[in-house]
Design a binder for this molecule. Sequence first.
Ligand code: XUL
Length: 519
Amino acid sequence: MPLALGIDASTQSCSALVIDTDAGEVVAEASVNFGERLPQYGAPSGFIPGGANGEVHSDPRMWLDALELLLADLRQQCELSEVTAICGAGQQHGSVYLNDNWFSYAGKLNTGKSLAEQIAPCLSRATSPIWMDTSTGAECREIAEAVGGNDVVCAKSGSIAIERFTGPQIRRFYKTQPEAYVATARIHLVSSFLCSVLCGADAPIDTGDGAGMNLLNLQSWQWDAELLSATAPELEAKLPGVVPGNTVVGEISAFFVEKYGFAQGTQVTVFTGDNPSSLVGMGASRPGKVVVSLGTSDTFFAAMPGVVTDPDGYGHVFGNPLGGSMSLQCFVNGSLAREAVRDRFGMDWGRFTAALKDTVPGNDGKLMLPFFRPEISPRLDLDEPVLHGGTAFEKWEEAEAAVRACVEGQFLNLRLRSAWMRLQPEVIYLTGGASKNDAIAQVAADIFEAKVQRLAVSGSVALGAAMRAAHRCFDIDMDTLEKHFCQADPGSTVTPRVSPGAYDALAEQFSSLVGKYLS
Ligand code: XUL
């Protein structure tokens, strides 16, 4: 009975899932919510509130305490000594700063004390900036200027210089706390930090999470000398190496064997970012399938055969843990926009759905740029949607048409903003809260001219990690793992109802309307 453990160190919680690959079953699942279980860190939503100048930080000791609570919870549900492969994923972009003690702490660990207590003296910066941090606008401009512009940053690293990405964050640390920067011997991502802790060794960064740093060159999949020197001095020596996602980086350390009952020799596969891990857990790690996650913000991601970058600079390219690359496009106005339209007309979700069903694809040409707050894909500085298509509609007097215009506008935008990926999806896996709505799924199928499926997967990040561990260490092929763990919900498939090309003209109109507001 080979068991594989997958860990998901995300923004608000640390979760895990154990799979039995013989039985094709999830045998244990646990989650530690930071705010609820570790209130002493003053981070009810996983980050320290009230940061100045757009700073959003978390305490890395909280992640260590959560890891210990998680393993204690899992131990109640399954025999951890039967877990023989481990892998994990972390929220992307967040960074942990460590001093020289880091390279020797592991040999001194005492199971009578907590990890947090014993690793705290290794921190050269008490807190870690995470992906929600927007404090680095100036540093992004400086990095871009130093290498010849954002086009160059994007061609090299897969994204223009982005505030939340780790390189600009490191530069801000170097500028604001130069002495602490000098005292920093190692900078880890959340993923590589936790992977290191599990192995009791200094783990590498994988190409999936490494690409979220504005430091990795996507042609060579190695640190880029020009980006490094544009970011901060002596940076290469402070970064771990980069490895592909199928790399076993070590064995679980004696601390976890003694304290939590793992078997000696249990192999740890390199951790990755939460989005690359979700690509695997959704069963979309080979090109041909795309994932659209409808949440607070909407996300579009897909495996890509080669490396292409977004010429407009809104999208991102990361390594795919199974080889090649993946694209990722974030849309800020996700459920926020759907809810805002619903609330504007005092509707419940039932009436919202009925409105979609009572209106026709194409909405008789009535269009909405559905942005209630500044959008990043594309960059638009709007705080109110733009409506186009007749006086009554533009005055918000046609509730049903406004609902359809909102949802169509969102999927038209997704279609236009993902065109650079040059994908022809056979199937779209829709996930997240709004994905359960058949009428919304129908709009997605019609606009993308592709089959839409909903998966019976919950926790795709932890599942992706467990599947990667099993694939690498038990040599089980991905098809088999996907067959067992990534099944579509029966009856969830929606197929296009419009004729090919039906939305082409509307997409053109949407695009030229957007063009008038680009910032
Ligand atoms: C991706 C991003 C987030 C984080 C946290 O670029 O910033 O999705 O990975 O989930």
